[in-house]
Design a protein around this ligand. Structure first.
Ligand code: ZN
Length: 375
C-alpha cells in the first residue's frame, strides 16, 4: 500500500493525474485487503479526491472526499477536500459547511478561514477585489525587465480591480497593467475566470503599452490589456473617446474593443456595471458604478481621488470638463457610495459624502474651479 501511495504522489508531482487516481485506487484496495486502520486509508481517499478534481471528475472527487471524511471524521483535511469538490460543482452552501468543519478542526489554519469566506461570498453572489501594485501583483520579478516594470508599478501605486459574480465565478479586470501574469494568477487562485478587461482611461499605467517619458528611456513595453485581448481573447470595454488611443498606443486590436458611451451597461452574471463618462483627465475617462443593496460602489479611475482629482496638466486634459464630471455627475451619486480610486494616494477608498464635505466634490462654482486650475 505504501509503495502504491508513493508512486501516486510521484504521479501527482509529474501532473499525471490519471496515473495518480489509478495508483491511489489500487492503494485503497490493497489497504482494504490487509485491514489497514481507517485513519490510514483517509489520506489515500483525500489524495485521490485531489487528483480527480484536477481531472475535472467532480463526482469522483466528491465521493473520495466523502470516504476520507467517513474514514476519519476528525481529520481536517478530509473536510477540506470535500469543500473543494463541492465548491467546484457550485454547491457553495455544502462547501461552506465542509470548510467550516475543517476550520473547526484546524483553528490555526488561515487558508481554511479564507475558504469559508470565499464560500460565503459565493452564496451571496458579489465578487469585488482591490489589488495593489507591489502587494497583490507586480511582486516577484522573474527577470531584469520585470524588475524594472514592477519597481515602477510599485512607485505608481496603481490599483487594479476584479469585479464579477461570485456564483458563476466570472469577473472583469479593471485597469489591467504592469503584471498580467500576476493578475491572471490572482484570479485563478480564487477560482475566478476573467471574462473581460475594462479600461477607465487610456494612460499606460492603467492599460499597459509604451510608456511616456521618462519611462520610455527604458525601451520597455508594459504588459496590459493588449495581452488580455490577444492572448486570452477577452473583450476590452473602453469609452469611445479613448478608444483610438487604446488602439494606437496600447496596440489593442480594434475587433477586441467594445465602445461605451455615458450610461452604457455591461452585465457579468447577475452583477451590472454602469458606466459614467467623466471626461477631464482624458477625453474618454469613465467611472464604473455598481449598485449594491448595502452600499453602492464607484471605481473612479483617475477622475476622483481621496481629497483630490486626476492631473489636469497633461496635453489631453480639460479642466472645464473635469468640473462637470465631478460637480454634476459624481456629486449626484448616493452619498454613501464607496469610491475606489485608480491609485493608492492615501488609502483604499473614500465616499461621495466625504468628498462632498472635504474633497473635490465640495460645491464650488465653475469660475472658482477654473481659477484654482490656473485659468
Ligand atoms: Zn491617468
Amino acid at each position: 500500500m505504501e509503495a502504491l501511495k508513493d508512486q501516486g504522489n510521484d504521479a501527482v508531482r509529474r501532473k499525471d493525474f490519471h496515473a495518480a487516481v489509478d495508483l491511489y485506487t489500487r492503494a485503497i484496495e490493497a489497504a482494504k485487503a490487509c485491514a489497514v486502520p481507517d485513519h490510514e486509508v483517509a489520506p489515500l481517499h483525500s489524495n485521490a479526491s485531489f487528483a480527480c478534481l484536477k481531472l475535472g471528475d467532480f463526482a469522483q472527487a466528491r465521493a473520495h472526499a466523502g470516504s476520507a471524511v467517513a474514514a476519519n471524521p476528525t481529520w481536517s483535511k478530509g473536510h477540506f477536500r470535500l469543500g473543494e469538490a463541492l465548491f467546484a460543482t457550485s454547491d457553495y452552501a455544502g462547501a461552506e459547511k465542509a470548510y467550516s468543519r475543517a476550520s473547526e478542526l484546524a483553528v490555526e489554519d488561515v487558508t481554511l478561514k479564507k475558504k469559508v469566506a470565499l464560500a460565503r461570498e459565493a452564496m451571496a453572489g458579489f465578487y469585488f477585489r482591490q489589488l495593489l501594485a507591489g502587494r497583490d501583483f507586480a511582486v516577484s520579478a522573474g527577470n531584469m525587465i520585470e524588475r524594472q516594470i514592477f519597481s515602477s508599478a510599485k512607485q505608481m501605486q496603481n490599483y487594479v480591480y476584479l469585479v464579477g459574480d461570485a456564483r458563476t465565478r466570472e469577473a472583469v479586470v479593471v485597469d489591467a497593467a504592469w503584471d498580467v501574469k500576476g493578475i491572471r494568477s490572482f484570479a485563478a487562485a480564487e477560482n475566478m475566470k476573467l471574462v473581460g478587461a475594462v479600461v477607465t482611461h487610456y494612460h499606460f499605467d492603467h492599460t499597459g503599452g509604451t510608456p511616456p517619458p521618462p519611462f520610455d528611456q527604458l525601451g520597455i513595453k508594459v504588459p496590459g490589456v493588449r495581452e488580455l485581448a490577444v492572448e486570452d481573447k477577452l473583450p476590452v470595454y473602453v469609452n469611445k473617446d479613448d478608444a483610438k488611443t487604446v488602439m494606437k498606443s496600447n496596440g489593442v486590436p480594434s475587433e477586441s474593443l467594445t465602445l461605451l458611451e455615458d450610461g452604457g451597461e455591461v452585465s457579468i452574471g447577475s452583477v451590472k456595471l454602469k458606466f459614467i463618462h467623466t471626461p477631464g483627465h482624458t477625453p474618454g475617462s469613465q467611472c464604473i458604478h455598481i449598485e449594491r443593496p448595502e452600499q453602492d460602489i464607484l471605481i473612479s479611475g483617475d477622475t476622483l481621488f481621496i481629497g483630490s482629482c486626476g492631473r489636469l496638466d497633461l496635453p489631453d486634459c480639460n479642466a472645464k470638463l473635469m468640473y462637470n464630471s465631478l460637480q454634476k455627475k459624481l456629486s449626484a451619486l448616493p452619498a454613501t457610495t464607496r469610491v475606489y480610486p485608480g491609485h493608492d494616494y492615501g488609502g483604499p477608498y473614500t465616499t461621495i459624502s466625504r468628498e462632498r464635505e472635504q474633497g473635490f466634490l465640495k460645491p464650488m462654482n465653475e469660475g472658482e474651479w477654473m481659477r484654482m486650475h490656473g485659468h
